[in-house]
Design a protein around this ligand. Structure first.
Ligand code: ADP
Ligand code: TRP
Length: 339
């Protein structure tokens, strides 16, 4: 993939207690994209706090989660000098754009969107009315997301499988507008599937997820991380048995987070036999601490000095608005026949 002169945009919803699955699957790859764009390209990274209010109505909670996610990205190496970094709610141009896009979005698109369909399916399974508890924010989620993307003439949107449909909807809306006005009013974006970003298993072997309570916390204390690592599920094979590393959960977790040399050592130890699960856990623990210690320090620094983070976010929003405004004006020129 050639990223020269391209605009790459990633949005992240404030979630909850971050774990190393979030780190290897979302945070790290997003930050790495920032290193791939060149001087004439743009890397845009924002916190989707307006998307979050569809689900989170508890204001102090939303504010805490937003703060945590912003500090986490900075602590993990996002460079706001190189990547545009802001909160969605600080860019009002997005909402003018959303209103415009609504007029070109067939309602049927929304009926088919995954997030809405999943909520409907849940209601049906519970025997509740189809649309129980579903607000218009959730229903029209893909339109705001299209606005996030189209407002910056985005070329690529790195996403996991579940978000591809949303990027396709953005491309379809832009395509409909361009076709109607017979010119390129909006740039057509493409998704970039971050499939390589692997799914890290949790300490019980299911996907690591805060909902399954099986996480290794990203910014936990040494002791919390140790406790989680020591509870990783193992089997009762003899220490000297030769094992297939692919069958061993500890190996899968190590592959996601540990340096290659450590992974190779664990692989060899399992294949040859003689390396106990206790020693592997110690190696894994050390590898995780090596990876996160410095980031954790930065994270708590930013959490304690949020004014600094806020300044970065505000200045990011100013820069974002300078890009979004002319795109919006271009669209308004077309729809209101102003030029
Ligand atoms: P959780 O499953 O803990 O609720 P989220 O759904 O909030 O996590 O995920 C936030 C981001 O982290 C998403 O981009 C998701 O793909 C990524 N992510 C979450 N869990 C994992 C995992 N176990 N392995 C890899 N990536 C993950
Ligand atoms: N919908 C994305 C998610 O749930 C977050 C998001 C909002 C986003 N706007 C975006 C992602 C624009 C990419 C581009 O993870």
């Amino acid at each position: 993939m050639n990223y020269e002169n391209k605009t790459i945009l990633t949005g992240v919803k404030p979630t909850g207690t971050l774990h190393i699955g979030n780190y290897v699957g979302a945070i790290k790859p997003a930050i790495e994209f920032g290193h791939k764009v060149n001087q004439n390209g743009k890397h845009i990274m924002f916190v989707a706090d307006y998307h979050a209010i569809n689900a989170i109505k508890d204001a102090p909670l939303l504010s805490r989660l937003t703060k945590e996610i912003a500090c986490a990205y900075l602590a993990c190496g996002l460079n706001p000098e190189k990547s545009l970094f802001y909160k969605q709610s600080d860019v009002p141009e997005l909402f003018e754009m959303t209103t415009i896009l609504m007029a070109y979005t067939p309602k049927g698109f929304m009926n088919k969107a995954h997030a809405y369909k999943a909520a409907v399916d849940k209601n049906i399974a519970r025997g509740e009315p189809t649309d129980a508890g579903i607000n218009m924010g959730l229903y029209t989620y893909p339109v705001l997301m299209a606005s996030d993307i189209l407002s910056y003439d985005t070329d690529f949107v790195p996403v996991g499988k579940d978000q591809v449909q949303h990027v396709e909807i953005a491309a379809d809306i832009a395509g409909a507008i361009n076709a109607h006005y017979e010119k390129e009013v909006l740039k057509i974006p493409a998704s970039y599937l971050t499939e390589s970003a692997q799914v890290l298993p949790g300490i019980d072997g299911q996907k690591m997820s805060k909902s399954y309570h099986n996480v290794i916390p990203l910014f936990g204390s040494d002791n919390e991380i140790k406790k989680a690592v020591m509870s990783i599920k193992t089997d009762c094979q003899d220490i000297n048995d030769k094992k297939n590393p692919d069958d061993i959960l500890l190996y899968h977790i190590a592959r996601g987070i540990a340096p290659e040399s450590v992974v190779a050592e664990i692989k060899e130890g399992l294949e040859k036999g003689g390396m106990g699960y206790g020693s592997i856990k110690k190696m894994l623990l050390q590898a995780i601490l090596d990876e996160v210690s410095e980031k954790r320090e930065k994270y708590f620094y930013y959490m304690d000095h949020f004014d600094e983070v806020n300044d970065m976010l505000q200045s990011g929003a100013q820069k974002a608005r300078q890009i979004a405004r002319p795109v919006l004006e271009r669209v308004k020129d077309a729809i209101f026949n102003r030029k």
